[in-house]
Write a protein that binds this ligand. Structure first.
Ligand code: GTP
Ligand code: MG
Length: 153
């Protein structure tokens, strides 16, 4: 099984895009195995974006994520190729490059307010899920109709 960490950023929550994001992942066939609203601490946000430390926008990015103007909606999604597919559903980092039909392509115009985060690799997904979720907050469960979604033949 493959899992990824997806987070609706405060602008996405504020703009009422939570249901839309969830619907896109659900309809695709992915399984929601963890979800919570959270205002991350500065330490959590800095650790989450540790690889961007030193970039000119880092401080602004951390304060945007931690402001509490709206909570982050943190999620763990599970399914075949969900890490790469999740990135495709989200679209390019810069909304100018994000294709229409993707979340960023459809709903935002600024890289500093790009609505949503998705893990960019297996390693990031593991790190981020462990960072944002306790073990008891992620659930193992099966779709009753799993065969209709996952069969390759
Ligand atoms: P995430 O899914 O949020 O990690 O985005 P990403 O993987 O598509 O991009 P990356 O990890 O490189 O950057 C993380 C986040 O930092 C982006 O989603 C933006 O919110 C922000 N960011 C990246 N580049 C810029 C920039 O040039 N200016 C500003 N203001 N923010 C940026
Ligand atoms: Mg990233």
């Amino acid at each position: 099984i493959e899992r990824t960490f997806i987070a609706i950023k405060p602008d996405g929550t504020q703009r009422g895009l939570v249901a839309n994001v969830i619907e896109r992942f659900e309809r695709k066939g992915y399984k929601l195995v963890g979800i919570k609203a959270i205002v991350p601490s500065k330490a959590l946000a800095e650790e989450h974006y540790a690889d961007l430390k030193g970039r000119p926008f880092f401080a602004g990015l951390v304060s945007y994520m931690t402001s509490g103007s709206a909570p982050v909606i943190a999620m763990v999604w599970e399914g075949k190729d969900v890490i790469r597919q999740g990135r495709r559903i989200i679209g390019a980092t810069n909304p100018l490059e994000a294709q229409p039909g993707t979340i960023r392509g459809d709903y935002c115009i600024s890289v500093g307010r790009n609505i949503i985060h998705g893990s960019d690799s297996f390693e990031s997904a593991e790190k981020e899920i462990a960072l944002w979720f306790g073990k008891s907050e992620v659930f193992n469960w099966e779709f009753a109709n799993a065969e209709w979604v996952t069969s390759d033949n």
